[in-house]
Design a protein around this ligand. Structure first.
Ligand SMILES: [Fe+2]
Ligand SMILES: [Fe+2]
Length: 282
């Protein structure tokens, strides 16, 4: 963990500690966290509140009357949806900047992260997961390490002549920085006090062999990240997207096994497109 500590040592300069957002995440993930406390905390942060209201008023929910307060969201959409919207809004500010070392334009990382989160929550629901929020949060934050490694990766690649080919970005990171964005992201979220069912899947979203990678949350985040990176679901336009589910599964039999995923893959993907495109991005 020592190398990771080096990269999170000055994190507050790069990402000022998002106090309210972290409190919101902790209340959401605390089993005893109550609705009033959550609403009050959210309302302390005008950006967070505005983002949540924008999402809650998306066409996806189909309201006739505008939702105008956090309390309103709780009454009209329920506490579960408040949790989901709170997690999303609390994470948005951390992930929208461009990450040049990874060729990621502004918002690309955010769109990828949100797609991963929506997809993971649907897969978790089909897998009868007991804690959909933890996998949703883990998927949303899975690449946060890229925000921290963007500059070091860029300066190391400028400094050194790289005469080797790397098939993945993780291999390049390990070669240049002796760690990777998954491990650094895990160290950051652990330091911020988020629970282990969130930081472990973040740390192992590019691994399949370790014990930690066999946890359900880790397998789901690995799977959604893999699918979004490999089968061009990035466009998120269902009509442009075509996947022969059976053929795909045959070619990718080494993917981690998630209960009820394979049997329901086509339906899960359809649900993903509806949900992802329906809720306005914050
Ligand atoms: Fe990643
Ligand atoms: Fe990713």
């Amino acid at each position: 963990m020592d190398t990771e500590k080096k990269y999170i040592a000055n994190v507050d300069k790069l990402i000022p500690r998002p106090e309210i957002a972290l409190d919101v995440l902790k209340i959401v993930h605390d089993l005893d966290g109550d609705t009033t406390e959550l609403a009050q905390k959210i309302e302390q942060d005008p950006n967070l509140t505005a983002n949540m209201l924008r999402m809650a008023n998306s066409a996806y929910f189909g309201h006739t009357r505008e939702i105008s307060s956090v309390k309103d969201i709780i009454i009209r959409l329920g506490y579960d949806m408040v949790k989901m919207l709170a997690i999303t809004s609390a994470s948005a500010g951390l992930l929208t900047s461009p990450q040049e070392a990874y060729n990621l334009e502004p918002r690309v990382l955010w769109n990828h992260s949100r797609a991963c989160a929506v997809f993971s929550a649907i897969i978790a629901k089909y897998a009868d997961s007991e804690n959909i929020y933890s996998v949703y949060t883990a998927a949303l934050l899975h690449d946060i390490g890229k925000v921290l490694l963007n500059r070091p990766l860029q300066s190391e690649s400028n400094k050194r002549k790289i005469d080797k080919e790397f098939s993945t970005i993780v291999e390049l990171e390990r070669f240049l920085l002796q760690t990777d964005h998954a491990r650094v992201g895990m160290a950051l979220l652990e330091q911020w006090g988020l629970p282990d069912n969130i930081f472990i899947p973040v740390g192992y979203h590019h691994s399949t062999s370790e014990k930690e990678a066999s946890l359900l949350n880790s397998k789901i985040v690995y799977l959604t990240n893999f699918l979004l990176e490999n089968i061009d679901m990035q466009s998120t336009k269902q009509e442009k997207y075509c996947l022969k589910v059976e053929e795909f599964l045959e070619q990718n039999h080494a993917l981690p096994h998630v209960p009820n995923f394979q049997a329901n893959m086509a339906t899960i993907i359809e649900e993903f497109f509806i949900q992802y495109n329906g809720i306005v991005l914050c």
